[in-house]
Structures are given as C-alpha cells and as structure tokens.
Design a protein around this ligand. Structure first.
Ligand SMILES: [Zn+2]
Length: 363
C-alpha cells in the first residue's frame, strides 16, 4: 500500500466514524471524487525542465507506475532548441532522443506535450546571446541594458523576428515529432521592468500617436503607464494568436495550453498575460496555472479563485511539488484540485522528483 492510499484509507475511516448513519453503498463519499473531465481522463502531468538530460526509459516507466499520464517537456526556448538540426534556433543537442522517447511514453500510456519557453532564452549558447544582443533583439531595462535571468537574456516580444523563432520551432517540432499537444511557457514580458528597447519605443509611440519626451519615465510612472500595459498585453496577445495559428495550421485539433500566472488580474497587469482572453478567443484549450505555494489553505484559496475565472475543463492546476518535502503534502494538494473540479494537475517538476528519488502515487 502506498503512503497516499494509506492516508486516504485513514481519511475514509475518519469520515465514516463521523457519520450518523453509514452512507449508501453507491455514494461517492467512500471513493475519491474524480475530477470532471474535458477528455476521457484526468490530466495527471509533470513538467520536465531539462529535456537534454532526461532518461526517457526510466522516467516513463516510473511515471506510469505512479499513475501519471502526461508530460510537458521543454522542446525549445527563445534561445535554444533541445532537438538536433533546427533551422531556426541553435540546437544544443546532437543526438535525437525525442522520437524514441515519445514512442516509449506512448507505449506506457503517457501523452507528451511539446513545451516552448517563448520569451526567456533558457540555455541559450553564449554566441547566440551575443548575436541577438548586438542586433538589439533582446529585452532591455530602464537603463537600456539587457535584462538577465541567471545570466541569460530575454527576447523582446514586440519584434516579429523574435516571435518567429518560436513559431518556427513549433512548425519544426510538429513536422518531426508525434507530440500530443503544444504548451507555451514564459509567453510574457520579463518580470523585471522591461522592455524599453528602441523598437518597443517606436512601436508604442506609433500605437498611441505621440512622441514621448521622457523615455522610459513616461511609461513607467508617467501619463502613459496604463496605456503601456495595454500595449504590452496586445503584443503578447498577438504572439499567442500567432502560435495558435501555427499549431492549427500544422495539426488541427491538437490541444494548446499555456503555463500562466494563476491570478488573472495580476497576470494581466504585471506580466501582460491576458490568458482569460486567450481562452475566450479559442487560442488556448486550457491553462496550467502555476499555483506554487506550500500552505494548503493558501493553495485552496488560489484554486477557488481560478475556478471562479474559468470552467473546470479549461483548468489544469500547476502544483509546486518542489516546495513540498512530504509526499502526503503533495497528495493533499491533488485532492483539493479534484474537489474543485479542475481537469487535472501538473507538478513542477519531474527533474526535482528524480533528484530526490521520489514520485507521489496519483492514481
Ligand atoms: Zn523591446
């Protein structure tokens, strides 16, 4: 018996002990309530961060045993392709593990969704970073310097040539690999104040038909602040739509999702990530909300808020399992997701589980 099922049995015993009369045999009280489904099965997913180091055989076997049915696997970022011979991005691997890996996953009943880290240039080779910085393609802060995260740059989302790197990688991936879905991640501006590059300035001035005297002060705290936020949302909306069009053109009907900040007001305001609009327009089939918090009450409050924003079938709740040391704490969050009728959950990350040599049972 797994720890999770032991805990569950105990919970059932306590529940029954508290009942005035025993529940009828057909009641759902004695078994975990399955989440309402958009498809036939609940989404029980993990994110794979470093695909270049993934042992597909070990991973898919362990995930199958634990009851997972979906992997969201990083395929490319704004600075690198994690598959060989890309014509649009520098490939950082030479051996093609993906085709065999996807085949193994499918044999074990696991869907593989290709994830694209849109704006962040995760694992970018230094030469490509220098090249894009010199070409003024990277996001810049108020001082005009490139914004950096762990030494890696971000693509400026307002430049069509940059957005084309991701749509190009989507096109390549869908032409080569039998993936079961596409997921966009980091489809937003960097959380550091940005982007104030020359291109963004020109585009924004054109959009508002004005020449700004104090750049970037006018858009950071001046008269154009809210219009700059709206303009940034428009830029990211365009990118999302372009990615959607690319997927639909190549593989109509393939599920499209995005990893997003769960609280819609903050996602719009702080990240230019209007995911509710993306769902309403049909550019996304569902969102994976990054609900990375350890305290259970806080987690439940956030999930409730997300369910008030979208129907359950459009919601896969992201669980920050790396923050939870005990497997029982992870299982407790899964139970909350099920109770609130979401389509499923995704844990961040398989890499963390593999490092700790643990995997919760989610059957
Ligand atoms: Zn820019």
């Amino acid at each position: 018996m797994t720890i999770a099922s032991r805990i569950y049995s105990l919970a059932v015993l306590l529940l029954l002990a508290g009942c005035a009369s025993p529940p009828p045999p057909t009641t759902t009280e004695t078994s975990p309530a399955p989440a309402p489904q958009a498809s036939a099965t609940e989404v029980r997913a993990v994110w794979v961060s470093d695909t270049t180091r993934l042992n597909w055989d070990t991973a898919t076997a362990a995930l199958q045993r634990a009851g997972f049915n979906t992997m969201y696997v990083n395929i490319a970022s704004g600075g690198a392709a994690f598959y060989p011979r890309s014509a649009v991005l520098p490939s950082v691997v030479s051996k093609d593990e993906l085709e065999r890996g996807i085949q193994l996953a499918h044999q074990r009943g696991i869907a593989v969704h290709a994830k694209f880290i849109a704006a962040f240039m995760f694992k970018v080779p230094p030469s490509f970073q220098q090249q894009l910085t010199a070409a003024n393609c990277v996001s810049r802060g108020p001082d005009g310097r490139p914004v950096l995260q762990n030494g890696q740059t971000w693509l400026c989302p307002s430049q069509k040539i940059n957005r084309g790197l991701i749509t190009g990688a989507i096109r390549e991936t869908l032409a080569r690999y039998p993936v079961d879905g596409v997921q966009l991640d980091y489809i937003r501006f960097c959380e550091q104040p940005s982007c104030f590059c020359l291109h963004c300035r020109r585009q924004f001035e054109q959009a508002v038909s004005a020449q700004l005297k104090r750049w970037p002060a006018d858009v950071m705290s001046g008269a154009f602040t809210s219009r700059f936020i709206e303009w940034k949302q428009q830029v990211i909306n365009d990118w999302m739509r372009e990615c959607h069009d690319e997927v639909r053109k190549a593989r109509p009907g393939l599920p499209i999702s995005a990893a997003v900040f769960g609280e819609i007001a903050r996602a719009r305001e702080e990240k230019a990530q209007d995911w509710k609009l993306w769902l309403d327009r049909g550019w996304l089939d569902y969102v994976c909300t990054m609900t990375y918090t350890a305290p259970l009450a806080d987690f439940e409050t956030r999930v409730r808020g997300q369910r008030e924003t979208v129907p359950g079938q459009q919601l896969v709740v992201g669980i920050g399992s790396w923050k939870l040391r005990e497997l029982a704490d992870i299982t407790a969050q899964v139970e909350i997701v099920r109770r609130h009728g979401a389509a499923g959950f995704a844990m961040f990350s398989y890499d963390d589980f593999a490092g700790r040599n643990v995997l919760p049972s989610v059957r």
